[in-house]
Design a binder for this molecule. Structure first.
Ligand code: XIL
Length: 410
């Protein structure tokens, strides 16, 4: 069956996020009744071999990040968010244990977005982000900044929405925003998402829902990159978006935009593929083809927000509550492991070492995933990540380890 190319905006509309979903038979859910937890592997089990690290992925993974010589990251909650990584609670401690064992880079899931860092005109609030960056630096973890400029309504500070209509006044404000934030964190981050999600799925620039495009047209992107570079001469600067790991008009538009930046010598180091993907979509050949086109331009490729839910609401056979996966069976956990492995393998196969910006998963454990709300509207569970809710390793983690170490995906 063909893919549903009319990417649905229904469920992600609140964030301006759309998702395409395959309706191919390989992603078709099948009914099942097994229990979710039966497939999990206890990471604290004595069978974990601490010395094994780099080569072993048959069974529990001792330390994921040691298998790669590029950043292996995870997004985290921090600051005043619920379930903060830094909270003095059992949950906080359990998160820190996973983070410090398996990851080498953190992305703030929210607290480094525009409205958190620049809530008032001329007023910046760096305390929560600084605490996270300080923690990361203390633990020898890198940090990826997310994101300097993002259209998403709830993340654009209110004052910016009513800021001057004069283009050059607005441009100066945007430049000051990017430069000030980049400069504040200079030397402490490895990379930034400078502009997040500038395009619609049909390849047109976001317009009706992007304040920045409305005020400045596409040149706001140049301004954001140039001023970020002015603030931090060494940090890697990324353009970041979703639904660009499939072949289609959106990726083509990103490519054309990137070519324009290169042509005009606007500083850009790489493209971030969010990769909120599905079990059956996109194909690994699409993923490889798109990675390759970025590599061909000498830019870095970073997987910035990887998650792979079991259910796919855009799949024709998904029909909550009549037909959906209500539990993570061992078989599904295994299929998810293979899918994680295949995506990581695509990355390893196509992206040369010097252009590997890293691979980040969007969240630590399943029920904390943003998809439970944004994709499934809290109607049911899903299991998109690498750890279960008791922070046990899932087979998916082993899939990532297999991909990083060049094992055949199984
Ligand atoms: C999401 C966060 O995970 C949620 O906690 C928040 O409610 C909404 O934003 N693409 C992005 C991320 O670039 O910033 C989004 O993060 C997920 C989609």
């Amino acid at each position: 069956m063909k893919l549903s190319l009319s990417c649905s905006v229904l469920l992600f509309a609140a964030l301006g996020l759309a998702a395409c979903g395959g309706s191919s038979s390989d992603s078709k859910p099948s009914p099942s009744s097994s229990s979710a937890s039966s497939s999990s592997i206890n990471s604290s089990s004595s069978s974990v071999s601490s010395a094994s690290s780099s080569a072993i992925s048959d069974g529990p993974v001792a330390s994921l990040h040691t298998l790669a010589d590029f950043p292996v990251g995870v997004s985290v909650s921090a600051g005043n968010e619920q379930q903060s990584l830094l909270a003095n609670t059992d949950n906080g401690a359990a998160q820190r244990n996973v983070v410090e064992t398996h990851f080498s880079q953190l992305t703030a899931g929210n607290i480094m977005k525009m409205s958190y860092l620049h809530p008032t005109e001329g007023g910046y609030t760096f305390d929560q982000a600084d605490a996270l960056v300080n923690y990361a630096n203390e633990k020898g973890l890198g940090m990826h900044g997310h994101a300097l400029v993002w259209h998403s309504d709830y993340q654009v500070p209110g004052w910016m929405k009513t800021y001057s209509n004069d283009p050059e006044t607005f441009r100066a404000m945007l430049a000051e925003h990017s430069e000030t934030i980049a400069s504040h964190f200079a030397g402490r981050l490895e990379s930034w998402d400078v502009v997040n999600e500038a395009f619609n799925d049909d390849g047109t620039y976001r317009n009706s829902d992007s304040l920045f495009y409305q005020r400045l047209g596409e040149t706001y992107i140049d301004t954001a990159f140039i001023s970020a570079r002015a603030g931090d001469p060494n940090v890697d600067l990324y353009y970041n978006d979703f639904n660009i790991s499939n072949v289609g008009p959106k990726f083509n538009a990103v490519l054309a935009m990137v070519d324009g930046l290169i042509e005009r010598e606007v500083p850009i180091d790489g493209v971030g593929f969010q990769m909120h993907v599905f079990m059956g979509w996109p194909s690994t050949s699409d993923i490889k083809s798109n990675f390759q086109k970025i590599v061909d331009r000498g830019l870095k490729v970073k997987i910035t927000e990887l998650d792979i839910p079991i259910n796919n609401p855009y799949d024709g056979s998904y029909n909550y509550p009549n037909n959906y996966q209500a539990s993570l069976t061992p078989e599904l956990a295994q299929t998810q492991k293979t899918r994680y492995c295949e995506i990581v393998t695509a990355y390893m196969d196509v992206v040369p070492e010097d252009l590997r910006g890293g691979i980040t998963v969007w969240g630590i454990n399943d029920s904390s995933s943003w998809l439970i709300q944004q994709l499934f509207n809290r109607q049911h569970q899903d299991w998109p990540l690498l750890f279960d809710d008791e922070f046990n390793q899932k087979p998916a983690l082993e899939g990532v380890a297999d991909g990083l170490t060049g094992k055949t995906c199984s």
